[in-house]
Design a protein around this ligand. Structure first.
Ligand code: ARG
Length: 578
């Protein structure tokens, strides 16, 4: 099924070709979906940026010429009622009322499929997110990654991608040398196992290691030795490492189940392929780097990859003592992914502070000839700031995720719900929405009053609006109202109705746009707008008992459906009642 915007695009490309007498690449043409209806349902600045080759005096004359052609286009006339040139050369389009009403029927017919497309079928993506570290706290940064990454994976899936969801656990590296040394020296395995949150005990041991190592630097050598043992497969080292993994998963499992997030079963049955999985796949990477003459020996004997014109600092691949690094493991990961899945796209949802790290990684993968530009994407989320400042595992001032989730629930209960299950859903979803509603790059100051809020741009507000729609529909059903609607009632839609009808047509386009830009926040904006439009309409007129009952109910049903479809994409539930 071609979307409305695709149809319009095709006509504009046709008109441009007739005037410019040259083929236009579809990518040169961007259609916007203005929120403000005075700019039409769709708008394009195509004339503005391509007028120099048009021979016209200025962009607006070029736009006017295009508009004249477009007004004569019979295909376009089937869906568009008005075409106008505005400002310095924008072309704005208004959809026909019939099309808006037809689209409403489409929503009610396609239900949860409305907004879903197959435009990327046959393409494979790996979306990697969450990626917490073993024996360290699951931080609020990991929470952001989990929430945003999951939503991005949903968006890709909704536009036809085959998506694999991976969790790149930090379960390998020199820190395990420190951890093992600390457990053996100061720890009590039985006590840790009995602890309510074993990770807390492990973090305390880790902090102790750093305190002691400051006084006695030789501890660092001890730790290095333990890591070397681990790499060499020493039994005791492996046993303690495995304990750390198991203890950490006690916590991770709880968090993922609360969030309702799952990873692909392909990857260790849904746990993700952590760094340790690539332990014996690193040699092949090093060999390939050597073979392609990409490794150089640095001053201190380490092996590094240098970049052309020093555009990035060199990336260390092997330490002097032969130990591998974070980059080495990421290279092994992406080689494995290439060989096993040959993906068109790999996304890493990881904090923005690792931006340089990923630039280096992607550049190396290009030099190796594995991936081309655009196939490797880092979606970097900004920091979450607490009023107390940034967190650091080494110093031990940590915000525990379990506590954040508990606090969220407490606050949701305070909102007045005595249904604890519902309060739990609403509170977790409120946290999710708070992360998703902004461009992922922006920093967030964590503010409970903003998160759990029934009125502003929040999760509970959208859920509440959905439940309100459901309430109306439920009541109509009890009154014996049949489904289906009388199109004639829409012949004179009031402005509130018209504005909702218009906005509903945009949803499939917004889903595509959000998927292309890896931007769940576009869905949030869209839904917030829809909810506001509906609530405005609801506060002004009657639905049940009005002379336009059937069409208004259909509109309500469509709004509920689109809210639900949108929330689904965000990984947020849409309860029937609140
Ligand atoms: N475990 C890392 C951390 O907590 C994130 C891993 C990100 N993914 C990757 N492929 N490097 O910082």
């Amino acid at each position: 099924m071609t979307s409305l915007s695709e149809k319009i695009k095709k006509c504009v490309l046709g008109a441009a070709l007739a005037i410019l007498k040259k083929k236009i690449v579809a990518n040169d043409l961007v259609l916007e979906f203005p929120e403000n209806e005075t700019f039409g349902d769709y708008s394009t600045n195509f004339a503005l940026h391509s007028w120099p080759e048009s021979g016209f005096k200025n962009p607006s004359e070029f736009a006017a010429a295009l508009a004249i052609k477009l007004r004569k286009d019979n295909d376009l006339a089937k869906i568009v009622s008005k075409i106008e040139v505005a400002g310095p050369g924008f072309i704005n389009f208004w959809l026909k009322k019939e099309i808006l009403i037809e689209n409403l029927g489409e929503i009610l017919k396609r239900k949860e499929k409305y907004g879903v497309s197959q435009i990327n079928k046959d393409k494979t993506a790996i979306v990697e997110y969450s990626s917490p570290n073993i024996a360290k706290p699951f931080t609020i940064g990991h929470l952001r990654s989990t929430i945003i990454g999951d939503a991005i994976a949903n968006l890709l899936q909704a536009t036809g991608w085959k998506v694999y969801r991976d969790n790149h656990l930090g379960d390998w590296g020199t820190q395990f040398g420190k951890m093992i040394y600390a457990i053996k020296t100061w720890g009590d395995e039985e006590e840790i196992a009995k602890s309510e949150n074993p990770v807390k005990d492990l973090v305390a041991l880790y902090v102790k290691f750093h305190e002691q190592a400051e006084k006695n630097p030789s501890l660092e050598d001890e730790a290095r030795k333990w890591f070397k043992k681990l790499e060499d497969g020493d039994g005791e080292a492996k046993r303690l490492w495995q304990k750390c993994v198991d203890w950490s998963w006690l916590i991770f499992d709880k968090i993922y189940s609360k969030l309702g997030v799952v990873f692909s079963r392909d990857f260790e049955g849904g746990r993700g392929l952590g760094e340790s999985f690539f332990e014996n796949r690193m040699k092949a990477v090093i060999d390939e780097l050597e073979e392609k003459k990409l490794l150089q020996v640095g001053k201190e004997g380490a092996k590094l990859v240098f970049f052309e014109k020093d555009k990035y600092p060199p990336a260390m691949i092997l330490k002097k003592d032969g130990a591998t690094l974070y980059h080495t493991r990421d290279l092994a990961t992406d080689k494995y992914r290439l060989e096993k899945y040959n993906p068109d796209l790999i996304i890493n949802e990881v904090g923005a502070e690792q931006t340089l790290y990923f630039r280096q990684l992607f550049e190396m993968e290009k030099l190796l000839g594995w991936y081309k530009d655009g196939q490797r994407v880092h979606v970097g989320h900004g920091l979450i700031r607490f009023k107390e400042g940034k967190m650091s595992t080494r110093k031990g001032n940590v915000v525990w995720m379990e506590e954040v989730l508990q606090e969220a629930q407490k606050r949701a209960v305070e909102l007045g719900s005595n249904d604890t299950k519902l309060a739990e859903t609403v509170s977790v979803d409120a946290l999710k929405y708070n992360d998703l509603k902004r461009d992922p790059k922006t920093e967030i100051v964590f503010d409970w009053d903003e998160i759990i809020n029934m009125k502003g741009n929040s999760g509970p507000y959208l859920q509440y609006t959905h439940a309100r729609c459901q309430g109306v529909l439920e009541k109509a059903k009890m009154n014996g109202q049949k489904t289906g609607f009388d199109k004639k009632e829409f012949l004179t839609p009031e402005s509130g109705e018209l504005s909702i009808l218009r906005w509903l047509t945009k949803f499939p386009d917004i889903v595509v746009q959000a998927a292309e830009q890896y931007a769940p926040n576009l869905i949030c904006n869209y839904l917030f707008n829809l909810a506001q439009k509906f609530n405005f309409f609801y506060s002004r007129g009657r639905i049940i008992g009005s002379e336009k009952e059937s069409s208004r109910l259909a509109l309500t049903q469509a709004v509920a459906q689109v809210l639900k479809n949108g929330l689904d994409l965000l990984g947020i539930k849409a309860p029937e009642k609140m």
